[in-house]
Design a protein around this ligand. Structure first.
Ligand SMILES: [Zn+2]
Length: 273
């Protein structure tokens, strides 16, 4: 899937999950907490594609997410891609093909999702608010780039970076500093998992079974049959899936906040009598 679909699926997953938690487990979040979680999850749903590097020195190529913060993120993508290729080469078995590019390898595995989620939480726990600000800054940038791709393309990376900085500052100024860190890691991890599931329904699949060796292969690409695969950027993705993700998001937002608003209106009516 393309960036906007990945980002939307992440947002929809977090909103639907938040609604379910509120409905069935009584976990209530403030609107800002929900918004931060949604942005972080949408950003997380783009994170695995930071393994698509371009030509850093010429400032070209790379996945859209790799261009979020200009050459800086392009450089990160280069490092992530080479590192992923290293993990691939180091763990490949005799029947795994040789590769010279790390795209859709290590960052598209469940251990990566768990690791990045744990790392996010560990960072936030160790360094507190400043780590949270940094994480929100980075993830909000990815989310903006993904959700508003045409705007981001026109605005350029400087504006996207400034907008992310504003979101991070606003979050730091308004979110209570003493909680919410585990949820941050969870949002990143769930975003990654949703990304992998999204790639699974396209051609080529993802190495979701890694590191389980089967038939002398560690990196088997798992996905639905090619005849049923969703064409990247095709009608099913752009129209059907994005509409579905949008509807899920809107319904979840309505389910989360409309009852509260109604209650408050009711109270106001009572109070004015
Ligand atoms: Zn991907």
């Amino acid at each position: 899937m393309m960036g906007p679909s990945h980002a939307l699926s992440g947002a929809a997953a977090w909103l639907a999950g938040s609604w379910a938690l509120a409905q069935f487990a009584g976990v209530s979040q403030s609107p800002l907490e929900v918004a931060v979680g949604t942005a972080v999850c949408a950003g997380g749903a783009l994170l695995p594609d930071l393994d698509m590097s371009g030509k850093v020195t010429r400032n070209q190529g790379g996945a859209t997410v790799a261009r979020t913060f200009g050459v800086a993120s392009l450089f990160v993508a280069e490092v992530v891609e080479k590192f992923s290729l290293g993990v691939y080469t180091a763990t490949k078995l005799s029947r795994d093909p040789r590769r010279d590019n790390g795209h859709r390898t290590f960052t598209h595995t469940l251990p990566f999702c768990a690791l990045i989620g744990w790392g996010t939480t560990a960072l936030a726990t160790a360094y507190g608010k400043w780590a949270v600000v940094g994480i929100v800054f980075f993830m909000a940038g990815l989310a903006l780039r993904g959700l508003f791709d045409e705007w981001a393309e026109r605005a350029g990376w400087v504006i996207v970076t400034l907008a992310s900085a504003f979101i991070a500052w606003f979050t730091a100024a308004n979110l209570p500093g003493d909680r919410g860190y585990p949820l941050l890691g969870l949002a990143v991890a769930i975003g990654c998992v949703v990304h992998i599931l999204g790639d699974m329904i396209t051609k080529n699949g993802v190495p979701i079974l890694w590191p389980i060796p089967i038939n002398r292969r560690m990196w088997r690409m798992v996905g639905i049959p090619n005849s049923m695969a969703v064409k990247v950027g095709g009608k099913v993705e752009v129209v059907v899936l994005r509409t579905a993700f949008t509807i899920i998001s809107l319904l979840s937002i309505a389910g989360l906040f409309v009852p509260g608003v109604l209650e408050r209106l009711n109270l106001d009516v009572w109070a004015s009598r």
